[in-house]
Design a protein around this ligand. Structure first.
Ligand code: HEC
Length: 282
């Protein structure tokens, strides 16, 4: 895999990444990480307001932004929002519906992911949806696409404008889950031996084959995503799996502990940015 234009910015990224990755978890708190991370992208892409990063690569590339804006005028995910709303309202065999697990309120984006201290695990919204279905005697959904993406599209649409605010409590287990997500982000993997950070921090804004790499900040905001390449909606963990496969690494299962911890770290790094899903991507 070849990158064009290795710039000074990439070298700065190495330094920022090293500052975050090389220290032991005990030496740097999640809030310190967040400020290193934000500063890095603010310097790398001066003039791009923090919230704009929620638009992925379109926050930094004028040319692809124009065609994306045209697509967003007649969003390809609109029918899925409607299908998701119908699913949300559909009665279970026991007469209840999904709302019974979410205080009747679909605008839940801002509440997930979060640390569940009792269960000592990161709770994500797709997991909560499936646990609700199972608790009510219904069938669990596939985590990558289809109905779960529809219902997430509806819930995200209802949550648009809520701010990402993932807190990592001062609890050793929560910090360990956060650190595991962070280590995942900086670990090289696969036959091509690339880390997430190498592509989405160091090389953000550069080309890899025909794609411009999006900056990692804001990566958690726009889900689920309608990708033209997929021709359908997909979830964040589907994307994790795709990015693992790109470097010829074996992907983990959607909603595995590894990916939930990764989501926890990545979403914390997007704090302050608005949820704006669902969205369209190339
Ligand atoms: C070899 C480079 C490469 C690596 C390594 C890589 N990605 Fe990606 N990733 C891409 C490309 C190319 C895209 C599509 C263009 C874009 O939006 O950046 C993408 C897109 C994404 C997106 C969607 C962004 C959006 O706005 O739609 C997310 C989220 C993401 N990657 C997360 C990750 C995570 C997490 C890892 C580590 C597990 C990772 N990537 C590793 C190349 C990479």
């Amino acid at each position: 895999m070849k990158f064009t234009k290795l710039t000074l910015a990439a070298i700065c990224a190495l330094i920022a990444a090293a500052a975050m990755a090389d220290k032991k978890a005990s030496e740097t708190s999640p809030s310190e990480d967040l400020s290193v991370y934000r500063d890095y992208f603010a310097k790398r892409f001066p003039g791009v307001p923090l919230n704009e990063f929620g638009n992925g690569v379109y926050s930094i590339d004028r040319v692809s932004r124009d065609s994306w804006e045209a697509i967003e005028e007649f969003p390809p995910y609109e029918p899925m929002i409607e299908a998701g709303e119908a699913f949300w309202n559909q009665k279970f065999a026991n007469g209840k519906s999904l709302g019974s697990c979410f205080d009747g309120n679909p605008a839940q984006r801002t509440n997930y992911p979060h640390w569940n201290a009792e269960r000592k695990m990161v709770m994500t919204l797709p997991l909560a949806i499936n646990e609700c279905l199972i608790a009510n005697g219904e069938t669990a959904l596939n985590y990558k696409k289809g109905k779960i993406a529809d219902v997430l599209a509806y819930m995200s649409y209802e949550s648009r404008g809520q701010k990402i605010n993932v807190e990592v409590p001062d609890d050793p287990d929560a910090l360990a889950a956060y650190s595991a997500g962070k280590s995942f982000y900086f670990a090289r993997r696969g036959q091509l031996n690339f880390s997430c950070a190498q592509c989405h921090m160091e090389s953000a804004g550069m080309y890899v084959r025909t794609d411009i790499l999006s900056p990692a900040v804001g990566h958690a905001s726009g889900w689920p995503v309608y990708r033209s390449k997929w021709g359908e909606l997909g979830t964040l963990h589907r994307r994790f799996s795709g990015c693992n496969k790109q470097v010829r690494a074996k992907p983990f299962a959607a909603q595995s502990e590894q990916y939930r911890n990764l989501e926890y770290f990545l979403t914390h790094m997007s704090n302050g940015i608005e949820y704006n899903g669902p969205s369209a991507r190339k």
